[in-house]
Design a protein around this ligand. Structure first.
Ligand code: GH3
Ligand code: MG
Ligand code: MG
Ligand code: MG
Length: 309
Protein backbone atom coordinates (compact mmCIF):
# COMPACT_ATOMS: atom_id res chain seq x y z
CA UNK A 1 0.00 0.00 0.00
CA UNK A 2 2.81 2.36 0.90
CA UNK A 3 4.63 3.05 -2.33
CA UNK A 4 8.40 3.50 -1.94
CA UNK A 5 9.59 6.91 -3.08
CA UNK A 6 13.27 6.24 -3.60
CA UNK A 7 12.86 6.99 -7.31
CA UNK A 8 11.98 10.55 -6.46
CA UNK A 9 14.74 12.80 -5.44
CA UNK A 10 13.83 16.01 -3.64
CA UNK A 11 16.88 17.62 -5.18
CA UNK A 12 15.39 17.41 -8.64
CA UNK A 13 12.41 19.33 -7.36
CA UNK A 14 14.55 21.81 -5.50
CA UNK A 15 17.04 22.58 -8.26
CA UNK A 16 14.17 24.28 -10.03
CA UNK A 17 14.02 26.66 -7.09
CA UNK A 18 16.62 29.26 -6.28
CA UNK A 19 17.90 27.83 -3.02
CA UNK A 20 21.36 29.11 -2.16
CA UNK A 21 22.05 27.16 1.01
CA UNK A 22 21.17 23.51 1.57
CA UNK A 23 17.59 23.64 2.83
CA UNK A 24 16.64 22.76 6.36
CA UNK A 25 14.00 20.05 6.29
CA UNK A 26 10.54 21.39 5.63
CA UNK A 27 8.12 20.85 8.49
CA UNK A 28 4.80 19.56 7.24
CA UNK A 29 1.67 19.09 9.33
CA UNK A 30 -0.66 16.49 7.81
CA UNK A 31 -4.29 16.45 8.92
CA UNK A 32 -6.47 13.52 7.90
CA UNK A 33 -9.03 11.35 9.69
CA UNK A 34 -7.78 8.30 7.78
CA UNK A 35 -4.83 6.86 9.67
CA UNK A 36 -3.60 4.87 6.67
CA UNK A 37 -3.50 7.93 4.44
CA UNK A 38 -1.72 9.88 7.18
CA UNK A 39 0.94 7.22 7.31
CA UNK A 40 1.21 7.11 3.51
CA UNK A 41 1.67 10.86 3.02
CA UNK A 42 4.03 11.02 5.94
CA UNK A 43 6.16 8.20 4.50
CA UNK A 44 6.28 9.88 1.08
CA UNK A 45 7.33 13.26 2.47
CA UNK A 46 9.74 11.89 5.06
CA UNK A 47 11.23 9.76 2.28
CA UNK A 48 12.63 12.95 0.78
CA UNK A 49 13.81 14.36 4.10
CA UNK A 50 10.86 16.40 5.29
CA UNK A 51 9.74 16.35 8.92
CA UNK A 52 6.06 15.54 9.35
CA UNK A 53 3.50 15.65 12.12
CA UNK A 54 0.44 13.46 11.73
CA UNK A 55 -2.84 14.85 13.06
CA UNK A 56 -5.69 12.37 13.08
CA UNK A 57 -8.24 14.68 14.71
CA UNK A 58 -8.62 18.15 13.14
CA UNK A 59 -9.68 19.58 16.50
CA UNK A 60 -6.16 18.93 17.77
CA UNK A 61 -4.51 20.75 14.85
CA UNK A 62 -4.61 24.24 16.37
CA UNK A 63 -2.91 23.08 19.56
CA UNK A 64 -0.08 21.41 17.64
CA UNK A 65 0.43 24.39 15.38
CA UNK A 66 2.16 26.57 17.97
CA UNK A 67 4.43 23.79 19.12
CA UNK A 68 5.30 22.12 15.78
CA UNK A 69 5.61 25.35 13.77
CA UNK A 70 4.98 23.83 10.34
CA UNK A 71 6.12 25.39 7.07
CA UNK A 72 2.99 24.02 5.45
CA UNK A 73 -0.28 22.31 6.38
CA UNK A 74 -1.60 19.50 4.22
CA UNK A 75 -5.19 18.80 5.11
CA UNK A 76 -8.01 16.50 4.14
CA UNK A 77 -11.41 18.08 3.42
CA UNK A 78 -14.01 15.68 4.81
CA UNK A 79 -13.33 14.90 8.42
CA UNK A 80 -15.67 14.38 11.36
CA UNK A 81 -15.85 17.26 13.84
CA UNK A 82 -14.30 19.93 11.70
CA UNK A 83 -13.83 19.89 7.94
CA UNK A 84 -10.76 21.17 6.13
CA UNK A 85 -12.42 24.46 5.23
CA UNK A 86 -13.34 25.22 8.82
CA UNK A 87 -9.83 24.32 9.86
CA UNK A 88 -8.33 26.69 7.25
CA UNK A 89 -10.63 29.47 8.42
CA UNK A 90 -9.64 28.97 12.06
CA UNK A 91 -5.94 28.88 11.16
CA UNK A 92 -6.23 32.08 9.11
CA UNK A 93 -7.91 33.85 12.02
CA UNK A 94 -5.07 33.18 14.42
CA UNK A 95 -2.62 36.05 14.18
CA UNK A 96 0.74 34.42 13.56
CA UNK A 97 -0.57 31.75 11.19
CA UNK A 98 -1.96 33.97 8.44
CA UNK A 99 0.86 33.14 6.08
CA UNK A 100 1.29 29.36 6.54
CA UNK A 101 0.47 27.66 3.22
CA UNK A 102 -2.55 25.39 3.43
CA UNK A 103 -2.88 22.66 0.82
CA UNK A 104 -6.08 20.65 0.61
CA UNK A 105 -5.88 17.05 -0.41
CA UNK A 106 -9.30 15.55 -0.99
CA UNK A 107 -11.35 13.24 -3.17
CA UNK A 108 -13.68 16.18 -3.81
CA UNK A 109 -13.67 17.11 -7.48
CA UNK A 110 -16.42 19.75 -7.34
CA UNK A 111 -14.77 22.97 -8.57
CA UNK A 112 -17.21 25.19 -6.65
CA UNK A 113 -16.03 23.54 -3.49
CA UNK A 114 -12.40 24.05 -4.52
CA UNK A 115 -13.05 27.75 -5.07
CA UNK A 116 -14.75 28.02 -1.68
CA UNK A 117 -11.84 26.30 0.00
CA UNK A 118 -9.42 28.75 -1.56
CA UNK A 119 -11.60 31.63 -0.40
CA UNK A 120 -11.28 30.28 3.14
CA UNK A 121 -7.54 30.73 2.93
CA UNK A 122 -6.32 27.61 1.14
CA UNK A 123 -3.39 27.83 -1.25
CA UNK A 124 -3.99 24.83 -3.42
CA UNK A 125 -6.40 21.99 -3.92
CA UNK A 126 -4.94 18.59 -4.76
CA UNK A 127 -7.11 15.58 -5.48
CA UNK A 128 -6.75 12.05 -4.16
CA UNK A 129 -5.35 9.73 -5.23
CA UNK A 130 -2.16 11.65 -5.85
CA UNK A 131 1.15 10.55 -7.35
CA UNK A 132 3.98 10.77 -4.81
CA UNK A 133 6.10 13.01 -7.05
CA UNK A 134 3.18 15.38 -7.51
CA UNK A 135 2.57 15.55 -3.76
CA UNK A 136 6.27 16.15 -3.09
CA UNK A 137 6.68 18.93 -5.63
CA UNK A 138 3.42 20.69 -4.64
CA UNK A 139 4.47 20.64 -1.00
CA UNK A 140 8.15 21.49 -1.57
CA UNK A 141 7.49 24.49 -3.80
CA UNK A 142 5.12 26.08 -1.33
CA UNK A 143 7.12 25.22 1.77
CA UNK A 144 10.22 26.72 0.14
CA UNK A 145 8.44 29.97 -0.64
CA UNK A 146 7.28 30.09 2.96
CA UNK A 147 10.84 29.63 4.19
CA UNK A 148 12.11 32.45 1.97
CA UNK A 149 9.33 34.76 3.15
CA UNK A 150 9.97 33.89 6.76
CA UNK A 151 13.69 34.57 6.46
CA UNK A 152 12.97 37.93 4.82
CA UNK A 153 10.79 38.76 7.81
CA UNK A 154 13.40 37.97 10.45
CA UNK A 155 16.63 39.08 8.73
CA UNK A 156 18.13 42.51 8.41
CA UNK A 157 18.62 43.01 4.67
CA UNK A 158 21.95 44.82 4.88
CA UNK A 159 23.87 42.47 7.17
CA UNK A 160 21.83 39.28 6.92
CA UNK A 161 21.73 39.13 10.72
CA UNK A 162 18.55 38.64 12.73
CA UNK A 163 16.62 41.90 12.98
CA UNK A 164 15.62 43.62 16.21
CA UNK A 165 12.32 41.77 16.65
CA UNK A 166 13.88 38.41 15.81
CA UNK A 167 16.83 38.70 18.18
CA UNK A 168 14.48 39.77 21.00
CA UNK A 169 12.28 36.74 20.29
CA UNK A 170 15.39 34.57 20.18
CA UNK A 171 16.43 35.88 23.58
CA UNK A 172 13.01 35.08 25.06
CA UNK A 173 13.24 31.57 23.61
CA UNK A 174 16.82 31.09 24.79
CA UNK A 175 15.89 32.18 28.32
CA UNK A 176 12.87 29.85 28.41
CA UNK A 177 14.95 26.87 27.27
CA UNK A 178 18.15 27.72 29.07
CA UNK A 179 19.29 25.65 31.99
CA UNK A 180 22.89 26.76 32.50
CA UNK A 181 24.70 30.04 32.02
CA UNK A 182 23.63 32.60 29.45
CA UNK A 183 24.97 36.06 28.70
CA UNK A 184 23.54 38.88 26.62
CA UNK A 185 25.75 41.56 25.10
CA UNK A 186 25.07 44.86 23.40
CA UNK A 187 27.65 46.21 21.04
CA UNK A 188 27.78 49.74 19.61
CA UNK A 189 30.21 51.22 17.09
CA UNK A 190 32.38 53.99 18.47
CA UNK A 191 32.05 57.48 17.02
CA UNK A 192 30.38 56.06 13.99
CA UNK A 193 28.98 59.40 12.96
CA UNK A 194 32.55 60.59 12.44
CA UNK A 195 33.30 57.60 10.18
CA UNK A 196 30.27 58.44 8.06
CA UNK A 197 31.15 62.12 7.99
CA UNK A 198 34.75 61.51 7.08
CA UNK A 199 34.56 58.57 4.66
CA UNK A 200 30.95 58.59 3.52
CA UNK A 201 27.86 56.58 4.34
CA UNK A 202 28.62 53.69 1.92
CA UNK A 203 31.97 53.15 3.68
CA UNK A 204 30.12 53.20 7.01
CA UNK A 205 27.80 50.53 5.62
CA UNK A 206 30.79 48.44 4.64
CA UNK A 207 32.10 48.60 8.22
CA UNK A 208 28.77 47.34 9.53
CA UNK A 209 28.62 44.50 6.99
CA UNK A 210 32.22 43.56 7.85
CA UNK A 211 31.42 43.51 11.56
CA UNK A 212 28.38 41.31 10.92
CA UNK A 213 30.49 38.84 8.91
CA UNK A 214 33.28 39.02 11.49
CA UNK A 215 30.91 38.16 14.33
CA UNK A 216 29.19 35.41 12.35
CA UNK A 217 32.41 33.61 11.55
CA UNK A 218 33.87 33.90 15.02
CA UNK A 219 30.97 33.00 17.24
CA UNK A 220 29.82 29.51 18.14
CA UNK A 221 26.93 27.80 16.36
CA UNK A 222 24.80 28.10 19.48
CA UNK A 223 25.36 31.86 19.78
CA UNK A 224 22.93 34.27 18.13
CA UNK A 225 23.68 37.67 16.63
CA UNK A 226 21.26 40.40 15.68
CA UNK A 227 21.38 43.91 14.34
CA UNK A 228 19.68 45.66 17.21
CA UNK A 229 19.55 49.09 15.61
CA UNK A 230 21.58 51.24 13.20
CA UNK A 231 25.15 50.61 14.42
CA UNK A 232 24.16 48.51 17.40
CA UNK A 233 24.32 44.73 17.59
CA UNK A 234 23.10 42.19 20.15
CA UNK A 235 24.65 38.84 21.02
CA UNK A 236 23.20 35.90 22.90
CA UNK A 237 25.87 33.66 24.36
CA UNK A 238 24.46 30.49 25.91
CA UNK A 239 26.68 28.32 28.07
CA UNK A 240 28.92 31.26 28.97
CA UNK A 241 29.32 32.77 32.42
CA UNK A 242 30.05 36.47 32.80
CA UNK A 243 33.82 36.11 33.03
CA UNK A 244 34.03 33.86 29.97
CA UNK A 245 31.69 36.08 27.96
CA UNK A 246 33.70 39.13 28.89
CA UNK A 247 36.91 37.52 27.77
CA UNK A 248 35.47 36.33 24.46
CA UNK A 249 33.99 39.73 23.73
CA UNK A 250 37.22 41.45 24.60
CA UNK A 251 39.08 39.23 22.13
CA UNK A 252 36.53 40.04 19.45
CA UNK A 253 36.84 43.73 20.24
CA UNK A 254 40.59 43.59 19.91
CA UNK A 255 40.69 41.63 16.63
CA UNK A 256 37.99 43.72 15.03
CA UNK A 257 39.81 46.92 16.01
CA UNK A 258 42.89 45.70 14.11
CA UNK A 259 41.06 45.47 10.76
CA UNK A 260 42.18 48.12 8.28
CA UNK A 261 39.39 49.61 6.19
CA UNK A 262 40.61 51.17 2.95
CA UNK A 263 39.10 54.54 2.07
CA UNK A 264 40.28 56.94 -0.61
CA UNK A 265 43.95 55.93 -0.68
CA UNK A 266 44.26 55.77 3.09
CA UNK A 267 42.88 53.36 5.65
CA UNK A 268 41.21 53.60 9.02
CA UNK A 269 40.28 51.36 11.92
CA UNK A 270 36.87 51.11 13.56
CA UNK A 271 36.15 50.05 17.12
CA UNK A 272 33.14 49.14 19.17
CA UNK A 273 32.16 49.29 22.81
CA UNK A 274 30.32 46.48 24.49
CA UNK A 275 28.15 45.90 27.54
CA UNK A 276 27.46 42.39 28.80
CA UNK A 277 25.21 40.94 31.49
CA UNK A 278 24.51 37.46 32.83
CA UNK A 279 21.09 35.86 33.15
CA UNK A 280 22.23 34.32 36.44
CA UNK A 281 22.26 37.83 37.95
CA UNK A 282 19.34 39.50 36.19
CA UNK A 283 16.91 36.56 35.85
CA UNK A 284 14.52 38.16 33.34
CA UNK A 285 14.87 39.17 29.68
CA UNK A 286 13.99 42.85 30.06
CA UNK A 287 16.30 43.28 33.04
CA UNK A 288 19.08 41.45 31.21
CA UNK A 289 18.74 43.83 28.24
CA UNK A 290 18.65 46.87 30.51
CA UNK A 291 21.76 45.67 32.37
CA UNK A 292 23.69 45.10 29.12
CA UNK A 293 22.60 48.53 27.92
CA UNK A 294 23.78 50.16 31.17
CA UNK A 295 27.12 48.37 30.91
CA UNK A 296 27.44 49.61 27.31
CA UNK A 297 26.77 53.15 28.48
CA UNK A 298 29.48 52.67 31.10
CA UNK A 299 31.94 51.46 28.44
CA UNK A 300 31.25 54.59 26.39
CA UNK A 301 31.67 56.81 29.45
CA UNK A 302 34.98 55.17 30.36
CA UNK A 303 36.46 56.04 26.97
CA UNK A 304 35.02 53.53 24.38
CA UNK A 305 36.70 50.55 22.67
CA UNK A 306 36.16 48.43 25.77
CA UNK A 307 33.92 45.78 27.29
CA UNK A 308 32.09 46.43 30.56
CA UNK A 309 29.87 44.17 32.63
P1 GH3 B 1 29.20 56.75 20.15
O1 GH3 B 1 30.61 56.32 20.24
O2 GH3 B 1 28.80 57.53 21.33
O3 GH3 B 1 28.30 55.58 19.94
O4 GH3 B 1 29.09 57.70 18.89
P2 GH3 B 1 28.35 57.44 17.53
O5 GH3 B 1 28.72 58.51 16.58
O6 GH3 B 1 28.60 56.06 17.08
O7 GH3 B 1 26.86 57.51 18.00
P3 GH3 B 1 25.61 58.34 17.49
O8 GH3 B 1 24.44 57.67 18.13
O9 GH3 B 1 25.80 59.79 17.72
O10 GH3 B 1 25.58 58.10 15.94
C1 GH3 B 1 25.34 56.86 15.38
C2 GH3 B 1 25.60 57.01 13.92
O11 GH3 B 1 25.44 55.75 13.26
C3 GH3 B 1 24.68 57.98 13.26
C4 GH3 B 1 24.06 57.23 12.13
O12 GH3 B 1 24.01 57.96 10.95
C5 GH3 B 1 24.98 56.05 11.96
N1 GH3 B 1 24.30 54.91 11.40
C6 GH3 B 1 23.23 54.25 11.91
N2 GH3 B 1 22.85 53.26 11.05
C7 GH3 B 1 23.69 53.31 10.00
C8 GH3 B 1 23.81 52.56 8.79
O13 GH3 B 1 23.05 51.63 8.51
N3 GH3 B 1 24.80 52.88 7.93
C9 GH3 B 1 25.67 53.89 8.19
N4 GH3 B 1 26.64 54.15 7.31
N5 GH3 B 1 25.57 54.63 9.31
C10 GH3 B 1 24.61 54.34 10.21
MG1 MG C 1 -11.57 12.24 5.27
MG1 MG D 1 24.24 53.80 18.82
MG1 MG E 1 27.81 54.45 18.29
Amino acid sequence: FVKPVNAIDLCSVLTKLTTVEPPEPYRIMIVDDDAHLLELYSTILEGVGMVTRQINDPLLAMGSLQEFKPDLILTDMNMPGCNGMELAKTIRQSGDCVSIPIVFLSTETDTDLHRNAMRMGGDEFLTKPIKPEHLISAVAVRAERMKVLRSLMVRDSMTGLLNHTAIKAKLDGAIAENEGDLCFAMLDMDRFKEINDKYGHPTGDRVLVTLAKFLRTRLAKTDSIGRYGGEEFALILPGCDLAAARERLDQLRESFGAIQFPAGGESFQATFSCGVAALATHKKGDRLCAAADEALYEAKKLGRNRVEA
